[in-house]
Ligand binder design. Structure first.
Ligand code: ATP
Ligand code: MG
Length: 319
């Protein structure tokens, strides 16, 4: 039987002038699941989301959302989706509650049901205490929650979240994750973009990694991790000199180093023999290790092996 895809994009191509920012992107999102579109700055995540949510045209390919062709039936597509990342939807001068009620009225809810729905969302999003303050007094995390709440007023079955937690502190990020999980429990189909590997790891059923406008990998978090196989040995040294010496002593076994943490990562096949071999090499070179750990590959390792860069390096290069 064919899978029940709510979002289906095939061969998406989009250029800005000579700059081809999407170069044949395919993705499918099954009903009631979350797909995370993961990629560094400039990979084409926002462009993809804007196309899939009818805000942006494209040069080639096809998109269907809930079976509606995104070009022929754009209105029908709009009626089933919610989109966040457009804070423009929030009126700064109105209170959180007023924003929600106004949006409810725009979606033709009666006054009473708009008020009831606003109340429900304020509670769900932990905004009751701030409900009657103007939105301009909200913190970044509260604003993000209000933005999401506004997009959910009409309980759309499909929602697009474009980097919902970028720039949030760890606590606000966790509370946003809790809200997103609740949406997933309610059966909403979600396409989320993120630069955070951990976010995709924690939340998504399927992950699509894009870089330079192309899909470079897709699968579950476990599938992506199993592609890079083997365990990692992480060694931490006391200073930059020790790290440099270790790098020399261990040669090509070192797959990455972190010059701030003075750490090196190696791929190992067999914990027993390989760890001993590495430690022996360090002892002969008179280099002492401050701490060490063996771990399964993380999505960071996946990213590194796919792009040749860690996500941090990508971020630093962009700056
Ligand atoms: N309106 C535009 N005009 C010209 N180029 C654009 C426009 N919008 C985006 N681009 C380019 O398209 C590419 C992809 O941008 P996009 O915003 O989709 O990336 P992203 O993956 O969302 O990145 P980020 O993580 O920084 O949000 C970038 O090279 C960007 O400079
Ligand atoms: Mg973006």
């Amino acid at each position: 039987m064919n899978k029940d895809y709510v979002i289906e994009a095939t061969g998406l191509v989009k250029s800005y002038g000579d700059n081809r920012v999407l170069n044949g992107v395919d993705l499918q999102v099954e009903r009631g699941t979350m797909l995370a579109l993961l990629g560094p700055n400039g990979a084409g995540k926002t462009t993809t989301v804007r196309i899939l949510s009818t805000l942006l045209g494209f040069d080639a390919g096809t998109v269907k959302v809930e079976g509606h062709d995104i070009i022929r039936d754009a209105d029908k597509v709009r009626s089933v989706i919610g989109l966040t990342g457009q804070s423009a939807a929030v009126d700064e001068l109105l209170t959180g509650r007023e924003n929600l009620v106004m949006m409810g009225r725009l979606y033709r809810l009666t006054k009473a049901s708009a008020k009831a729905r606003a109340d429900e969302l304020l509670t769900d999003f932990d905004l009751q205490d701030a409900a009657d303050r103007p939105a301009k007094t909200y913190s970044g995390g509260m604003r993000r929650r209000l933005d999401l709440a506004v997009s959910l007023i009409a309980t759309p079955p499909v929602i697009f979240l474009d980097e919902p937690t970028t720039g949030l502190d760890p606590r606000s990020r966790l509370s946003m994750w809790a809200i997103i999980r609740k949406l997933m429990d309610g059966g909403t189909t979600i396409l989320l973009t993120t630069q955070y590997l951990e976010e995709a790891d924690q939340l998504a059923d399927q992950i699509v990694v894009i870089d330079g406008g192309k899909v470079i990998a897709k699968g579950t978090s476990a599938e992506l991790k199993s592609k890079v196989g083997k365990d990692r040995l992480e060694l931490v040294f006391k200073d930059a000199a020790a790290l440099k010496a270790a790098r020399k002593a261990l040669g090509k076994d070192v797959i990455s180093t972190d010059d701030k943490e003075y750490s090196a990562t190696l791929v190992i096949n067999d914990t027993n023999t390989d760890v001993k071999r590495v430690l022996d090499a360090l002892v002969s070179a008179k280099i002492s290790v401050q701490s060490m750990a063996v771990h399964k590959p993380t999505l960071d390792d996946v990213f590194l092996s796919l792009t040749g860069k860690t996500n941090n390096q990508v971020e630093q290069e962009e700056q």
